[in-house]
Design a protein around this ligand. Structure first.
Ligand SMILES: O=C(O)CCC(=O)C(=O)O
Ligand SMILES: [Fe+2]
Length: 333
């Protein structure tokens, strides 16, 4: 059976949102508005090192999220990354389906739409493209978009920048906790760290006030680095409220702390709860790079952070087991 795509549904002129997309009242954006007057932390990576480490430590402890500027990734590369992703989604449906993933077999690489309903029987208003970018030994280029032809070159270039950012951010996160610079990177598998690209595609939605693009979640990754198109919609949870991320800084990187850094840091850094909204007229897109441990790496609180006053708050497990438990909604502690 073929998968129903949200893009296809969006292009038929439905005026009413099908029931499976209508969130429960308390979750609907109209009933859970973002707080006015609060903005997420913005950190220039070009400042003096000790100041940057300190700002990152504070942002990741208090928010689990920040916008990074002056990161050294050329704006033109970010623009090219977006162009090649947009080109793929513009292809005729039949062309996109040639790269459909085999989610029933558990293979998420390729073009996809999440079909499983949550426990309230709801689904999200989103299609996506997902593939591994690193390490090179695990990359299956046949699973990447074949069109446009420049997709591979541009994405490989972006991957190199993401590897550099990963190293830099993990170094500063380690230093922020008084650890040796390479501590976190080593725990995550060193050169075997995985980088995954997920292009999120949220077509226009007839009743955006009732739906969600992605429901509230924390990322399973260690870190997620995301760049959006110009249609706002990402919100992060802070002290009991949703805060809308502002989109007025060109080429800022949206850095999320994921579950694995929360565990490694024994809760000093927080995995950020976030969700995304959709738009009535415009297509939202975002390019999320998930930075994840090697599947066999065991992730638990770093021993140097544990003492009598700071007992371990998390159970050490392989990343493979963590994923299995989270996907299947089994207890994590
Ligand atoms: O599109 C966004 O802004 C957020 C997407 C997201 O949270 C995810 O892909 O995990
Ligand atoms: Fe996410």
């Amino acid at each position: 059976m073929s998968t129903e795509r949200i893009q296809t549904l969006s292009s038929t002129t439905i005026r009413e949102l099908p029931a499976r997309f209508v969130r429960l009242p308390h979750e609907q954006p109209a009933n859970s508005k973002a707080m006015d007057g609060v903005t997420v932390p913005v950190i220039s990576l070009a400042g003096p090192r000790s100041g940057v480490v300190d700002q990152i430590r504070r942002a990741c402890s208090e928010w689990g999220f920040f916008l990074a500027t002056d990161h050294g990734i050329p704006g033109s590369l970010i623009e090219r990354l977006k162009e090649v992703g947009i080109e793929f989604f513009k292809l005729p449906q039949a062309e996109k389906e040639k790269l459909a993933n085999d989610h029933l077999a558990g293979d998420l690489e390729g073009y996809g739409t999440k079909m499983t309903k949550n426990h309230e029987e709801k689904v999200e208003w989103i299609d996506y493209y997902f593939h591994l970018m690193s390490p090179a030994s695990k990359v299956r280029h046949e699973k990447w978009p074949h069109h446009p032809p420049s997709y591979r070159k541009v994405t490989e270039e972006y991957n190199r920048e993401m590897l550099r950012m990963t190293e830099e951010l993990l170094r500063m996160l380690s230093e922020g906790l008084g650890l040796e610079k390479g501590a976190m990177r080593k725990c995550l598998g060193g050169d075997d760290i995985e980088l995954e690209m997920k292009i999120n595609f949220y077509p226009p939605c007839p009743q955006p006030e009732l739906a969600l693009g992605v429901e509230p979640h924390t990322d399973m990754s260690a870190l997620t680095i995301l760049v959006p198109n110009d249609v706002p919609g990402l919100q992060v949870w802070k002290d009991g409220n949703w805060v809308a991320v502002h989109y007025d800084i060109p080429h800022a990187l949206f850095v999320h702390v994921g579950d694995q850094i929360e565990v490694l840091s024994n809760g000093k850094y927080k995995g950020v709860l976030h969700r995304s909204l959709v738009n009535r007229e415009k297509t939202r897109m975002s390019w999320a790079v998930f930075i994840a441990p090697q599947h066999e790496a065991t992730i638990g609180p770093i021993p140097e952070l544990i003492d009598d006053q700071n007992p371990p708050k998390y159970t050490a497990r392989t990343f493979a087991e963590f994923r299995y438990r989270k996907f299947n909604k089994l207890p994590l502690n």
